[in-house]
Design a protein around this ligand. Sequence first.
Ligand code: SAH
Length: 226
Amino acid sequence: MTDTRAIALIMALRGQGITDQRVLSAIERTPRELFVDRPFGSSAYENTALPIACGQTISQPYVVALSTQELEVQPNHRVLEIGTGSGYQAAVLAQLCRMVYTVERHKPLLGAAQTRFRELKLHNVVTRHGDGFQGWPEQAPFDRILLTAAIPELPDSLVNQLKPDGILVGPVGQAVSAETNCQQLVKIIRTNEGTSMKRLIPVVFVPMVPGLPEVISNGSASGKKS
Ligand code: SAH
């Protein structure tokens, strides 16, 4: 039975203009409490971003819902996500499309997300430990690409991994601080003539960091920006 807190969250998302019933149902079926660290369990269904390991965040449900709605995902689609984080966004996408390919640079986050995908029997999510700036060339082209870390500007290397008529959604711009934020969630549609871009909402995402974290002597990742 759906948690009453999940139902309240769905009502809040509807109030914020999320109308795609498939997206709302996928969110309703995804137990967000499994994706947050134990101390934040009681806040799992609040409409806020929360901290996760390696100094990263699980996105606000509204931003997950809007990004997913704007991606216009179809059941036959193959979707690339950059920034697996907790795995929550990938779990929502997995219920709406054929295959999710998700890339994360922090190994501990990826390991925890893989365990969650197994527990939830989401067999159509495949993961890669790597630098998302490169996308996933061996599996390209994708019907849809979702970036869940902010990028100063969109590199051709990612846009070129979209099929013609493909859609990419992601945060573009630099967050100087929460007060002077310049990030926008944008929607890019690849056309035969090039690309068209629509600005959706201002957002605050963690940055997309090039390269992999340094591994320090005890074997754990330092999480230092490279
Ligand atoms: N989608 C996630 C939220 C991600 S937060 C969720 O649903 O929980 C952004 C994630 O992007 C972080 O986990 C961060 O480590 C990852 N990231 C940042 N730069 C990256 C890069 N170059 N390649 C792959 N992942 C990256």
